[in-house]
Design a binder for this molecule. Structure first.
Ligand SMILES: [Zn+2]
Ligand SMILES: [Zn+2]
Ligand SMILES: [Zn+2]
Length: 325
């Protein structure tokens, strides 16, 4: 890591994400998102595809989240914001896209009083699993009916969207315009910010999977929400960590304790405990775990798992956190 950047958690962003408007006396109707100036990343969600509370689960942690908005987490997603040009980009389109677009709407100063046909200036997709692309459906005719929103994805993801409903209709009606990108190719967003794909080994039922490196004039962020174990990475993940300031990585499961009867090899995600062992000497302070499953004990505020992660110099990503680029 070249340096450690402290994230700024904006209370208003957190409130917009949790819907907990009663925690302040006079909640602003539009969140003021001026905590970080210049290009930055805003964390729009940190839960695994099923969310927190997880759909149809009544485990104590999900029940607690149902009754306490502060404990809820939206499905993993990022916003990339370029304030000078007023541009906003979405990384992954999740089932929680409605409140997530509300947060990004707070970055515009114009309010036309009607549906914004261009709610974002582009979308970057990691892969075709439920939590990462199905929110695109809200760009379609039945909802926002967006106009030519660029979607950057791999050729495999683009082919999947073009040839399967309802996604093919979004392409046909030009709600979205697909741009095929290969790993290593940099996409220039302006204001000195670029986005580059990195290949991630992960279950390929429909498409391949990527992560992204977002580089700005001040700092860089590596985002890999979903991957198989780090063993399959080429180049090794620790090499990538040396060239970024912050890494937001797959923290779906904490340890084998939450997966009785399963072996590390069978899980299909890097356990947080295994990631910390691998990265401790390389990275430390700049690694934030995201895409947390509802079973993950690191979700417990002040719990032992979270305390241990922090004590070892790692972090659990929070909805609403902002990082300068
Ligand atoms: Zn996922
Ligand atoms: Zn649960
Ligand atoms: Zn996945």
């Amino acid at each position: 890591m070249r340096g450690f950047l402290v994230p700024v958690v904006s209370l208003v962003v957190a409130l917009a994400l949790t819907g907990c408007a009663t925690a302040v006396e006079d909640p602003p109707s539009v969140p003021r998102l001026d905590t970080v100036s210049g290009p930055h990343v805003v964390v729009l969600g940190t839960a695994q595809d099923g969310g927190l509370p997880h759909v149809a689960c009544d485990c104590p942690r999900c029940e607690a989240a149902r009754h306490d908005p502060a404990r809820r987490r939206l499905v993993a997603s990022l916003g990339i914001v370029l304030p000078d040009s007023g541009k906003r980009f979405l990384v992954d389109a999740t089932p929680d896209i409605r409140p997530q677009l509300d947060v990004l709407a707070g970055y515009t100063t114009t309010d036309a009083g009607r549906v914004d046909r261009r709610p974002v200036d582009g979308v970057f997709l990691t892969h075709a699993h439920l939590g990462h692309y199905t929110g695109l459906a809200f760009f379609g005719f039945e909802a926002a009916h967006t106009r030519e929103v660029p979607v950057w994805c791999t050729p495999s993801m683009a082919a999947y969207l073009r040839s399967n409903g309802p996604w093919d209709q979004l392409v046909r009606l030009e709600n979205v315009v697909l741009h095929e990108v290969s790993p290593g190719e940099a996409i220039d967003l302006g204001e000195g910010v670029t986005v580059t794909m990195v290949s991630a080994p992960h279950r390929k039922e429909y498409t391949d999977t990527v992560g992204f490196v977002v580089r700005g004039p001040r700092a860089s962020v590596l985002y890999v929400p979903d991957t198989d174990s780090w063993n399959g990475w080429d180049p090794p993940i620790v090499d990538l960590l040396r060239n970024v300031d912050v890494a937001m990585l797959d923290g779906t499961f904490h340890s084998l304790d939450e997966l009785p009867g399963r072996s590390v090899e069978s899980i299909g995600h890097p356990l947080i405990t295994v990631s910390m062992d691998l990265m401790e000497a390389t990275a430390g302070a700049g690694v934030y775990f995201t895409h947390l499953n509802h079973s993950n004990p690191a979700l417990e505020p002040d719990g032992e798992a979270l305390r241990t992660i922090e004590a070892r110099g790692f972090h659990v990503l929070e909805d609403g956190a902002q990082f300068p680029l």
